[in-house]
Design a binder for this molecule. Structure first.
Ligand code: AMP
Ligand code: MG
Length: 491
């Protein structure tokens, strides 16, 4: 039996300027490290066959499956605010698209599968560490209910990649509802190719915003749609303490999924100014800056769409500004609603926002762990005697004072303590991919070829809202000497 991929490709049917046709470069000795079996089934693939040597060869790019139409996608992008007119898939190849069990079109892409015409000075490869990191964090995001690309598989190539040292090479199979980015539009905008922008916009509408096709002003509606999805996405990030780390326009997805997990990280202690990425020296992509940056990226998208907004450019600019102007409110609504749930409020009242902000301020001042504070707050809601939350604060009295006001507010709602705790536990995870855990997993894999810690971490993170007593230690923040201060792109 050979592995069958039910490909139904649409992007590779777009004009030639949208991509370069290029096959993956075969690797020496592919070995499957991890297959995401439930995702394989969801995509209509046979997980048993993918686990055979032939399957590993496909997932490593050594064999191209029937029906694939391998391409590297063209895109441009603003990297840390600097425009680069040509980036493109320099180390990723889109094998093709499948329609999943829910009828959703999904890209199947190999990342780290060899050079392409967009590789510039890069080798087209990926190191094992960043591949495992993306696997862990993207699947954790999925389990947290946050729109994201998925990870279908990780393979080691049997070859080394040269970074600062020689490292084991690997390939990640990434699944996305598409890999179209703000930078994809920028690629054509900078070339003044309005026909291509229209083709791309039509493709995006049909694929991601089908409800907009046939409406009166579909391109305006498209911008509004992307604005809404990005605003909601970034709110979701903030609500779990996620820092993307490289919110360049080429890493900003049109479908509203989290994409391109490089130096991303979850914060331990709450700090709005937190930055982990070693290359983000100015803190452009700091935790609390993310909404502002998302809007900046969307403004770049709006500029690309202006030619589709009509002949009169002054009017087009005005319309774009109006559509972008909705972002702060959409973001704020999603963020505040999420925060209310995190502190266990079922209703909305004047003063809630200030109450919650006071908690966040106290957390920042007292270096309280973001994840555990909210999770323990759920325990405190369930049982007034449970006082673990206060231990997260350097000065526990700061929590006590806030908690008195909070209990006063909760008393105005009819829900029982148990009901409230259940609701809070469903939005406040206990397990997140903590940096020190991710690092430890990578070290074991890279140095000792030991994947047991990786497997265990992935297992725990698949159920982030469930207390898992056997794995309780995974909830713990790092000890001072375990703290990870910086994360790296590792490209
Ligand atoms: P990223 O920082 O991963 O979003 O990548 C930014 C750009 O650099 C994209 O065009 C990538 O395809 C390209 N790139 C990153 N790493 C490599 C590599 N090892 N070889 C070739 N291109 C790369
Ligand atoms: Mg990228």
């Amino acid at each position: 039996m050979t592995v069958h991929f039910p490909f139904q490709n649409s992007y590779s049917a777009l004009p030639d300027s949208f991509f370069a046709r290029v096959a993956p470069t075969p690797v020496a000795a592919p070995r499957l490290i991890k297959l995401n079996r439930p995702l394989a089934v969801q995509l209509g693939l046979d997980p048993d066959l993918l686990e055979t040597p032939e399957g590993a060869e496909i997932l490593a790019g050594k064999t191209v499956p029937d029906g694939a139409d391998p391409i590297a996608m063209a895109y441009a992008g603003h990297q840390f605010g600097q425009f680069v007119p040509q980036l493109g898939d320099g180390r990723a190849i889109l094998l093709g698209e499948v329609i999943d069990r829910d009828g959703v079109r999904r890209d199947i892409q190999l990342k780290g599968s060899g050079p392409t015409p967009f590789s510039r000075r890069g080798d087209g490869r990926a190191a094992l560490g960043p591949v495992l990191r993306e696997y862990i964090v993207s699947e954790a995001m999925y389990a947290l209910g946050i729109p994201t690309t998925r990870s279908l598989a990780a393979v080691v190539t049997g070859e080394h990649v040269i970074r600062e040292t020689a490292l084991p090479g690997a390939v990640l199979t990434r699944v996305a509802s598409s890999h179209i980015r703000v930078g994809t539009f920028q690629f054509f905008a900078v070339r003044r190719d309005t026909d291509a922008i229209r083709r791309l916009a039509d493709h995006v509408i049909a694929r991601h915003y089908p409800e907009l096709s046939g409406t009166e002003r579909p391109y305006h509606a498209l911008l509004a749609g992307v604005v809404a999805r990005q605003a909601e996405l970034v709110a979701r990030w903030l609500l779990v303490g996620f820092i993307h780390g490289v919110m360049n326009t080429d890493n900003s997805s049109i479908s509203g999924e989290t994409i391109d997990y490089g130096p991303c990280a979850f914060m331990d202690a709450y700090n709005p100014a937190q930055v982990f990425s070693s290359i983000d020296e100015m803190g452009r992509y700091a935790y609390a800056n993310q909404p502002r940056i998302a809007l900046w990226n969307l403004t770049r998208l709006a500029e690309c769409l202006l030619p589709l907004f009509g002949e009169e450019q002054d009017k087009a600019v005005e319309q774009a500004q109006e559509l972008l102007g909705v972002f702060p409110e959409t973001f704020s609504k999603a963020y505040q609603a999420g925060l209310r749930k995190k502190v266990g409020l079922f209703t909305e009242r004047d003063g809630d926002e200030a109450l919650i902000q006071d908690l966040l301020d106290a957390m920042a001042k007292n270096q309280a762990d973001f994840t555990l504070t909210f999770r323990r707050l759920g325990d405190a809601a369930g049982d007034p005697a449970a006082d673990d939350a206060r231990a997260e604060f350097m000065d526990p009295a700061a929590f006590d004072e806030w908690a008195r006001r909070w209990r006063g507010r909760l008393a105005a709602e009819p829900q029982s303590a148990a009901e409230r705790q259940t609701a809070m536990n469903a939005v406040n995870p206990i397990f997140i991919p903590r940096n020190h855990r991710v690092e430890a997993v990578i070290q074991a894999a890279v140095n000792d070829d030991n994947y047991a810690p990786f497997e265990e971490l992935v297992t725990v993170l698949a159920k982030p809202f469930e207390d898992q007593p056997d794995y309780a230690a995974y909830a713990d923040p790092p000890l001072p000497d375990q703290r990870v201060l910086q994360t790296f792109c590792g490209t």
